[in-house]
Design a protein around this ligand. Structure first.
Ligand code: ZN
Length: 462
């Protein structure tokens, strides 16, 4: 019995030893997984799995090939992995997870922005992209924390990115007041002044109801009244605008005549503005043009196309040349006549002499005005002097107020007025709207000159 037992124990020990030796020395493939998760859009490489062929004493590095699984999609995959060493191979099937652990990226246009002191909504420019989800800009959430704006984005695998933008709360921009209607108005005495109003806007605050209007118009007393509009925003930035309202005495000067506005010496840089004003009131005027600023000739074409009369004022406007001889005068007149014809197709017969027909500068050629005035009429031209002068060519530029007053104080009960102005004088051009408003509100009408309209001839002095 005892011998038998010993023999069994001996056999068991031997078996265990054989098994241990087998484990130690039999050669086989061994796979070693560092990770069972593969980052999306990468490859299965040695960071994920390695293999070797050998035993516990020595194991030689084997190469690994995986089957072509699509690693572009998150999920669990059963992957066939084949290890090979020399001519030996072993294939196993392993479950691997394709995962996304990369955070999205937020790109900011500015890391610091200036906003209004009380601003609640902040509009910033940014874009967000994720390696797996693509463009995720519209999934970014915004949160204001004091002076920081936090932008946060989480991708579909819960990877999160946060970016912070510093917000400077400040307002240094002034409000803006815009007057409705004209900034310079004319009304007749004892009429009612209707305040045309204004609009006020500010980049940060609602200032529409905060405008302070200072000044008033006494329509019973002639004069110019100033109304001041001012407004201050919550950060102390302020703005103001003024309107000038002129109350005119009409009394005996109330008329029914026709006013012919005429403009000499143009075209110029101010002619466009003048044409805009005339268009606003639908008033037609007469332009006695020169060839001195051909860069503005497009305004001759525009004036003609908009229904104004185009007259001739000589090409050079050089007194010592145009009045040097009869031939010189007509040579110069023909030049501007051809210019007008080329621009408009019109053969203008309306003429104004430089300095008017009563000028005395022409005495360098005695009697020339007597000759020229007769010759023009004989050749089918008409020349036009004026019976109202704005004074806008009399030494130095004056304010629009002066030109307005010079004109309107000359209006009375005559049947027509030919008004002399120059569209080379900016303040004279800016007087036109008030002259028109005055004329229209006092019973006058406006027209352009033609061969059939009345004319004014001064007394010839040479
Ligand atoms: Zn002139």
């Amino acid at each position: 019995m005892k011998k038998n037992k010993l023999w069994v124990i001996c056999l068991a020990v031997c078996l265990v030893l054989v098994v241990i030796l087998c484990f130690l020395f039999i050669k086989r493939f061994k796979f070693n997984f560092n990770k069972v998760e593969v980052e999306v859009n990468t490859k299965i490489d040695s960071k994920i799995v390695t293999a070797c062929y050998g035993n516990y004493v020595k194991c030689n590095k084997a190469t690994i090939k995986s089957d072509n699984i699509d690693l572009k999609k998150i999920g669990k995959y059963k992957v066939k992995l084949t290890a090979s060493y020399k001519n030996k191979k072993k294939t196993i099937v392993k479950e691997l997870s394709v995962v996304d652990t990369t955070s999205p990226e937020i790109k900011l246009e500015n890391e610091e922005i200036t906003i209004c002191p009380n601003q609640k909504d902040v509009d910033v420019k940014y874009s967000a992209t994720d390696n797996y989800d693509g463009d995720v800009t519209d999934k970014v959430s915004k949160k204001i924390k004091g002076d920081l704006l936090e932008l946060t984005i989480k991708d579909s695998s819960n990877n999160k990115t946060t970016k912070k933008i510093n917000m400077k709360r400040e307002d240094t921009t002034s409000p803006e007041i815009n007057l409705n209607g004209q900034a310079e108005m004319s009304i007749s005495i004892n009429s009612t002044y209707n305040e045309p109003g204004y609009t006020a806007v500010d980049n940060c605050d609602d200032v529409s109801s905060k405008v302070n209007v200072d000044g008033s118009v006494d329509t019973t007393k002639p004069g110019t009244y100033t109304i001041t509009y001012s407004v201050t925003d919550e950060s102390g930035n302020s703005a103001s605008a003024t309107r000038k309202v002129t109350v005119y005495q009409q009394s005996e000067k109330y008329g029914t005549g026709v006013i012919y506005l005429t403009f000499d010496d143009g075209p110029s840089a101010y002619t466009s503005e003048l044409l805009d004003t005339l268009a606003k009131y639908n008033v037609k005027a007469t332009f006695f043009v020169t060839g001195r600023a051909p860069g503005y000739n497009y305004n001759i074409t525009r004036a003609y196309n908009e229904g104004h009369a185009i007259g001739l004022h000589t090409n050079t406007h050089n007194y010592s040349y145009v009045y040097s001889s009869i031939d010189a005068y007509f040579e110069d007149l023909n030049t501007i006549s051809n210019t007008v014809k080329n621009l408009t197709g019109l053969e203008s017969k309306l003429v104004r002499f430089p300095g008017g027909s009563s000028n005395t500068v022409s005495r360098i050629t005695p009697g020339i005005m007597t000759s020229l005035s007769g010759m023009l009429l004989n050749q089918g031209y008409q020349y036009y002097d004026w019976n109202v002068s704005s004074g806008d060519a009399d030494g130095g530029m004056k304010s629009s107020d002066v030109y307005v007053n010079n004109v309107v104080s000359s209006l009375g009960s005559r049947s027509y007025y030919i008004v002399l102005q120059h569209d080379t004088n900016a303040n004279s051009v800016r007087a036109v709207s008030r002259i028109i408003e005055y004329g229209l509100s006092h019973g006058y009408s406006f027209d352009k000159l033609s061969l059939s309209s009345p004319t004014v001839h001064h007394r010839i002095a040479n």
